[in-house]
Design a protein around this ligand. Structure first.
Ligand SMILES: Cc1ncc(COP(=O)(O)O)c(C=O)c1O
Length: 327
């Protein structure tokens, strides 16, 4: 079968193997959501489904008014978006970006800056700890934390300043914090590892991470790009153990499956370590642009109004009941 027949382009770069379906052509968003959540758990990145009518309407209306504007100007939509995130998640501030990987990079920069300014880590010695099996995107800083040879091979030299620990092992984390805690700025982790195969940590792990990060004055950075916004049956996967990370990264569902929108949430004592002009300025593609902000608000509205968080629990319960009956 040619690449075109497989739904790929012979001009576009090579992609990993995918199911030979042309989803956009024939699956309604409802069917896709149900099918995908059962069959392709790790790949569902748009809980609102494909082309949700409310999100598409907002996208079209906003596209006819104003799409992207320079960060040098205020736009009416970003404050609404930021306020919506603040009211849902309770963090003081929002730093908007585009892709999930950009969101994670931003969180890493924020942690390093906080480490030097607030924790007084000696210049250029800050360490970020991440988990074995993690997936945080494809940029260079992010793949530098990867254990996946395919993600790393041929891309070196990797970025220094990273250490790894086994996912779900609070004792190993504490040992590392004991040994090097004075130079560790942040622990970046997925509360549920997605690409690794939907790995749920042992009970009590999220609480233990919270306690250890507080004890050793290390930022707890939850990458909720995949696990957040209702996908685990809670708004954040960290809500399962009622823990509040210092920094949360959101993405994927925030763009409603329509455009890339990500955001980093933190309180002022952390977020204000980055000052105007130090990060995030790209006039045309700046996160929080009018189009992205409007789409993100609509995407959050759909998650809440359509009760997607509650429905995901309901669906999962039905699914497991069905599976158990099958056995
Ligand atoms: C947990 C997690 N973080 C970050 C990313 C990167 O997001 P993006 O592909 O939007 O850069 C992903 C992508 O799957 C992810 O699963």
């Amino acid at each position: 079968m040619s690449r075109e027949e497989k739904g790929q382009s012979s001009v576009g770069c090579q992609e990993p193997q995918r199911p030979p379906s042309r989803i956009g052509r024939f699956l309604s968003h409802f069917f896709y959501a149900v099918w995908a959540s059962h069959q392709l758990g790790t790949l569902v990145q748009r809980p609102q489904g494909h082309c949700h009518p409310k999100i598409i309407k907002v996208l079209k209306d906003q596209a006819e008014k104003l799409t992207r504007s320079s960060r040098a100007f205020y736009n009416d939509n970003f404050p609404v978006f930021a306020e919506r995130l603040r009211s849902i998640f309770g963090y003081d501030m929002v730093l908007p970006m585009n892709t999930g990987a950009e969101g994670v990079e931003t969180a890493l920069k924020l942690a390093r800056k906080w480490g030097y300014e607030k924790k007084k880590i000696p210049k250029d010695e800050a360490i970020i700890v991440s988990s074995c099996g993690c997936f945080h995107g494809r940029t260079l800083a992010v793949v530098s934390m990867s254990c996946d040879n395919e993600a790393i091979r041929g891309f070196g030299p990797l970025l220094p300043g990273h250490l790894k620990v086994d996912f779900g092992d609070a004792t190993a984390l504490e040992n590392l914090f004991k040994e090097k805690g004075d130079k560790i700025a942040g622990f970046l982790f997925e509360p549920i590892q997605g690409d690794a195969g939907v790995i749920i940590p042992p009970d009590g792990y999220l609480k233990a991470v919270r306690d250890l990060c507080s004890k050793y004055n290390i930022l707890m950075i939850a990458d909720e790009v995949q696990s957040g916004l209702g996908r685990s049956g809670r708004m954040l996967a960290c809500d399962w153990e009622d823990v509040r990370p210092d920094v949360v990264v959101l993405g994927k569902a925030l763009g409603g499956g329509v455009i890339p929108v990500s955001a980093v949430l933190a309180d002022k004592d952390v977020m204000l370590c980055i000052r105007p002009g130090e990060h995030g300025r790209s006039d045309l593609h700046s996160g929080g642009n009018p189009l992205a902000s409007a789409v993100a608000v609509a995407s959050l509205d759909v998650i809440i109004d359509d009760q997607l968080v509650e429905r995901s629990i309901h669906r999962a319960t039905l699914h497991w009941q069905y599976k158990l009956n099958e056995e």
